[in-house]
Design a protein around this ligand. Structure first.
Ligand code: ACO
Length: 424
């Protein structure tokens, strides 16, 4: 298949067809409007590709997710977040020298400018950490105003290194504890846990089980091709706004409950179900009722019409981590039972609604001591390398133009302005 034909108003128009490396098919309709005067309309972009990309491959029908060709299952089991971040950004796994240099950079750029600590004082104590994070990331641009050309790679490192410091400071601020500085002898994940949970009065030992779980969680979230937040980063990046502005926009997009904000909502939902204690069927019925705005949070996905492979990994990992930590969490049982009941219900079966990555991640975060309102921040830390890789890909694409969708106007036709006195 090399071209596609469109019959419109008695005329035939031909458009080139392009194939991806996994045989995905796209009809290039860039010339559609100039040839025919018409545009395509695809609310929610269900069938619209905005770019070609060599970063992440998803086969939603078969539950496949690969970063740069590597299956997510292998990366989650055998790699760590710093290595995956490098892979996403530069396309290949690092060799020993590149790996050491990248890790050293992440360590030595983890502090934020001391003046930025004052910003945290301006937020109310109950401020949502996602609001703080997006504001802080945008503010980084005032400290690093260098041109894109001279500071591109340095800014990648700054962002990946500093986002965990900003996140941990936001948390410490919310619980009224002093901020804890990063340590140069700790790895990426260890440093984050240290800044989150150490207190000046005590020695803090980082638990290796937590570090393993954290690395896996961050890897599972690291990229997911053209989702809402990544498309936002590309959109803002296409105007050539600075990289901090583009990433800050991505953080805001991620915050929504239909996207990354779902992980917080899942846990809140499971807690309500636990308190209610009244079985699962009524929640399933509520989720099915079109007059009720309740949805089963953590269920359904635009791309996966089969199991989300990340949810499968997380379900297993959550059980293992709780066991290793000697913890039991009734919410895990509730989640498993809810999953079972939903997957036996024809409404969920017919619509291919399966648990997504957010369904089990909250239980794991909870076991790690991370508070519910920080869950989406954790997602943002994980997704950052993916956003950066997409921003880089966009900026390196010489054919990329500013993103500017069209519309079909459905408002009033031209009418005459009436001055206020004559409007009746
Ligand atoms: N509970 C109940 N019904 C659902 C759910 C759900 N969680 N998800 C979808 N449906 C139903 C819809 O009502 C719709 O039914 P209909 O065809 O009878 O009208 C059908 O399934 C298709 O759903 P859409 O909303 O059209 O699917 P879309 O691809 O636009 O949305 C989304 C995907 C936003 C993830 C949706 O499934 C949802 O709201 N899920 C809950 C929120 C969530 O978990 N978000 C996290 C997604 S993963 C991530 O961003 C990392």
């Amino acid at each position: 298949m090399t071209s596609a034909r469109l019959h419109l108003d008695g005329q035939i128009h031909e458009f080139p067809v392009i194939h991806g490396t996994e045989d995905e098919v796209g009809i290039e309709i860039g010339q559609l409007r100039s040839q025919t005067g018409a545009i395509t309309l695809d609310s929610g972009f269900t069938s619209t590709g905005a770019c070609t990309s060599s970063i992440t491959y998803i086969d939603g029908a078969n539950g496949i997710l690969r970063y740069r060709g590597y299956p997510i299952e292998q990366l989650a089991e055998e790699s760590d977040f710093a290595e995956v971040a490098y892979l996403l950004l530069y396309g290949e796994l690092p060799n020993a020298e590149q790996s050491a240099a990248f890790r050293a950079d992440l360590t030595y750029h983890s502090m934020i400018h001391e003046d930025m600590k004052k910003f945290f004082e301006g937020f109310p104590p109950n401020a949502h950490p996602m609001a703080i994070l997006s504001a802080m990331v945008a503010s980084l641009s005032t400290y690093y105003p260098g041109t894109e050309k001279e500071s591109r790679d340095a800014n990648f490192v700054r962002l990946i290194a500093k986002i965990r410091t900003l996140a941990a400071y936001a948390y410490k601020k919310s619980i009224g504890q002093p901020t804890i500085y990063p340590r140069n002898d700790l790895s990426y994940g260890e440093n984050f846990l240290h800044m989150m949970f150490a207190v000046p009065a005590e020695e803090y030992q980082v638990n290796p089980v937590m570090v393993k779980a954290l690395n896996m969680l961050l890897i599972l979230h690291a990229d997911h091709e053209q989702n809402c937040s990544t498309a936002t980063v590309r959109m803002v990046g296409s105007s050539r706004a600075n990289i901090f502005a583009a990433i800050s926009s991505g953080i805001c997009a991620l915050w929504g409950p239909l996207h990354g904000g779902a992980n917080q909502k899942v846990l809140e939902m499971l807690e309500v179900m636990e308190k209610d204690g009244g079985g699962y069927q009524k929640w399933i019925d509520k989720a099915k009722d079109k007059n009720d705005e309740f949805r089963l949070m953590g269920f359904g996905h635009r791309v996966y019409k089969n199991f989300d492979p990340r949810a499968t990994i997380l379900r297993k990992m959550t059980g293992e981590v709780l066991e290793e930590l000697g913890m039991e969490d009734p919410l895990l049982e509730i989640a498993k039972n809810l999953e079972r009941v939903a997957l036996e219900d024809s409404y969920f079966v017919e619509r291919n609604l399966y648990p997504n990555v957010d369904f089990y991640s909250g239980i794991l975060y909870r076991a790690m001591g991370i508070p519910t309102n920080m869950f989406t921040v954790m997602f943002a830390i994980g997704r950052l390398p993916g956003w950066l890789a997409h921003w880089k890909e966009l900026r390196e694409d010489e054919s990329a133009r500013i993103y500017r969708p069209r519309q079909i106007y459905t408002g009033p036709n031209e009418r005459k302005y009436e001055p206020l006195a004559g409007r009746g």
